[in-house]
Design a protein around this ligand. Structure first.
Ligand code: ADP
Ligand code: MG
Length: 249
């Protein structure tokens, strides 16, 4: 709804790699609790856009605002601490560690060094509690002791989500969480994401149209680095430009 508050906003956000403009003056608005999907063909600039949102790449121009604050030039770890958590398109887990250990490592990254130094027992309890909660939210409570690398691909992707949750975000930025999944795994992940959408503001890059339409409230379509349309899913889906350029049929 128009009155809900803006969590994340980009203004003419731009990234050039030499002569290639991967993200070209893209302005979007992400509102609290309204899942926002970014779609577009391969090479459209979606991952680059996500990397700009989360400080993993420096912008060439434009701005990123988080709750009205300009975060454009902040490094990734600072942005993570502000509450924007992200997953990667490629899996990013420690395969020889257990699920719990992976979640604890992620939870620790959000702790301040003074907390670790002055209140070590409290810090440890905090990290453990956060890791437990993240495993539960990601549907992995029963897998706590499993060595991550021995789990199925789908479970490893769930673990990635758990690790993002363990950092205590309020915005979740997920780059193709369904990539490479079979149908059953995808369905499980979509169910998981629907549950998370009730508690977190999701920003989702995704190829799977059924998933996008069932999950997202707002849709941004990118083509060749530029924004083609951005708005409520039904409006964007029905627009002629999107039909012509991307959805085809
Ligand atoms: P998408 O995620 O939509 O598939 P990307 O953001 O990965 O698209 O890529 C957008 C364009 O930017 C592509 O042409 C890609 O080759 C290029 N690109 C992405 N990352 C880099 C980089 N680090 N250096 C140079 N070019 C890049
Ligand atoms: Mg990508």
């Amino acid at each position: 709804s128009p009155e809900s508050s803006i969590v994340l906003e980009t203004r003419e956000l731009t990234k050039a790699f030499g002569g290639l403009v991967a993200v070209n003056s893209v302005s979007i608005v992400v509102r609290e609790g309204e899942p926002h999907a970014v779609i577009g063909p391969n090479g459209a600039g979606k991952s680059t856009f996500v990397n700009l949102l989360t400080g993993h790449l420096p912008a060439s121009g434009g701005q990123v605002l988080f709750r009205g604050r300009d975060i454009t030039s902040l490094p990734a770890h600072r942005i993570s601490r502000l509450g924007i958590g992200r997953s990667y398109q490629k899996t990013n887990i420690f395969p020889t560690f257990t699920v719990f250990e992976n979640c604890r490592l992620a939870a620790q990254s959000r702790l301040s060094s003074s907390m670790r130094f002055f209140r070590p027992a409290r810090a440890l309890a905090d990290v453990n509690a956060r890791a437990e909660r993240a495993m539960e939210l990601a549907g992995l409570a029963a897998r706590s002791g499993r060595v991550a690398g021995t789990m199925s691909y789908g479970e490893q992707r769930q673990l990635e989500i758990a690790m993002v949750l363990a950092t205590g975000p309020d915005v979740l930025v997920l780059d193709e969480p369904l990539a490479g999944m079979g149908r059953e795994e995808s369905e499980r992940m979509v169910t998981l994401l629907k549950g998370l959408a009730a508690q977190y503001t999701l920003v989702l890059v995704e190829h799977d149209m059924d998933a996008v339409f069932s999950l997202a409230h707002t849709l941004t379509v990118m083509v060749n680095g530029t924004l083609l349309e951005s708005g409520p899913v039904d409006v964007v889906r029905a627009s002629q430009a999107v039909q012509d350029a991307y959805l085809g049929d």
